[in-house]
Design a protein around this ligand. Structure first.
Ligand code: SAM
Length: 373
């Protein structure tokens, strides 16, 4: 079977690495995702284990689609009754680019109509739409008038690990946070510190990685479990295997700190929700006063960058202070800054030894590495 795992632009290679380690075949990175092949059980495994994928799609048909009629006919031609029963609910997501059809909602509606009509014509009954919690989520991808229809295995964004239950400002998406942790190349043995951790995404994803916790174990409810061909015994085996290889995290290895006490309370709650509350050390301190827990390790921070919270002018002095603090207090460490504002990044005043381009939603960002020797 063919699959396509989607990810944040810039994390394709990281995701390809994850897939190869999981044993996926024909792993080929593309723009915004990675193609791979395997069995249906490998698709389940991908949903359970991938840290940096947003969705796992299974393409079922691809056809030329220059018009709404072609879309309707192409979708109608599929044997939908083999994929869903009339009692199941469905939803269609659509992404369109450089095509004659330009309205994604309309394209999604046409696709839904074709599926519903086909099932009604075959069974006399119409399935219902449930945009929020469908039994079957279908993905329509239309690029340069070529349409690909896929089934969305998880049926929900894989970033929803289930540990974030309270609203928070400017959090990193869990999958992006996991990607940043992976890009630092942290060895999982030395200390890992996020001194501006906000809701704790980076320490939490580091902890899930270091404890070999499959992210899907945190809320193991996926769309494919409601499909007619769901292989319950294969899924049970995967869950049992993941539970067995989960390990206890070394205490005092991962630190999260922030100057905002409410952020730390939230981070603590998130860690408890994820079942790793006791193993992360949280503190409520201004970064400039934070004591390094050792003479070397990995520091990563995602300071405010003026897009959503705080204003750029005020932040210039803060970024300068980050650079000064790195030099004065964090000698021996490898530090990383993730920011969406390159102007501010320059104020750090240190030479970055690596610059990685990534996207946080639509915002072009950089992950910058500083060797503080
Ligand atoms: C963009 S948010 C980080 C979001 C975080 N990565 C997450 O996923 O939730 C920036 C954080 O930096 C913190 N911060 C700003 N100035 C700080 C300082 N001087 N010392 C420590 N934390 C600071 C803010 O309180 C805020 O939580």
């Amino acid at each position: 079977m063919k699959f396509f795992a989607t990810t944040t632009k810039g994390l394709e290679e990281v995701l390809a690495g994850e897939l190869s380690r999981l044993g996926a075949r024909e792993v080929i990175p593309a723009n915004g995702g990675v193609n791979f092949s395997g069995t249906l059980s490998d698709g389940y495994r991908a949903c359970l284990w991938l840290r940096t994928a947003n969705r796992v799609l299974h393409p079922i048909i691809s056809f030329p689609c220059p018009s709404q009629e072609a879309l309707y006919e192409g979708v109608y031609a599929l044997n939908w009754h083999e994929l869903m029963t009339p009692e199941m609910t469905l939803a269609v997501d659509a992404n369109l680019r450089d095509s004659a059809m330009t309205h994604s909602r309309f394209a999604a509606l046409k696709t839904k109509d074709a599926i519903v009509d086909k099932i009604r014509d075959l069974s006399g009954r119409r399935p219902n739409v449930d945009p929020k919690d469908p039994d079957l989520r279908i993905n329509l991808h239309l690029v340069r008038n070529q349409c690909t229809i896929s089934l969305d295995l998880a049926g929900t964004g894989l970033h929803r690990r289930g540990y974030r239950r309270d609203p928070t400002i400017a959090p990193l998406k869990e999958t992006l946070a996991a990607g940043l942790v992976a890009l630092t190349g942290w060895d999982q043995k030395t200390h890992f510190v996020d001194p501006m951790c906000g809701s704790g995404s980076l320490p939490l994803e580091a902890a899930l990685l270091a404890s070999n916790t499959a992210p899907g174990l945190l809320s193991p409810v996926f769309g494919f479990q409601r499909w007619p061909d769901f292989n319950a015994s294969a899924w049970k085996e995967l869950i049992e295997e993941a539970e067995q290889i989960q390990s206890t995290l070394t205490a005092n290895l991962i630190f999260g700190s922030d100057r905002d006490q409410r952020a730390i309370e939230l981070a603590r709650r998130n860690a408890e929700n994820a079942g790793i509350g006791a193993q992360i050390r949280w503190s409520y301190t201004d970064f400039t006063k934070l004591e390094p827990p050792a003479d070397h390790g990995t520091l990563i921070c995602n300071p405010p960058y003026g897009e959503r919270i705080g204003e750029e002018a005020e932040l210039e002095a803060f970024y300068r202070k980050i650079g000064d603090t790195f030099k004065q207090r964090w000698k021996g460490w490898t530090a990383w800054i993730f920011t969406g504002n390159l102007n501010l990044a320059k104020r750090v005043g240190l030479k970055a030894s690596r610059r990685i381009v990534l996207y946080n939603g639509p915002i072009e960002c950089r992950l910058l590495k500083y060797e503080l020797y």
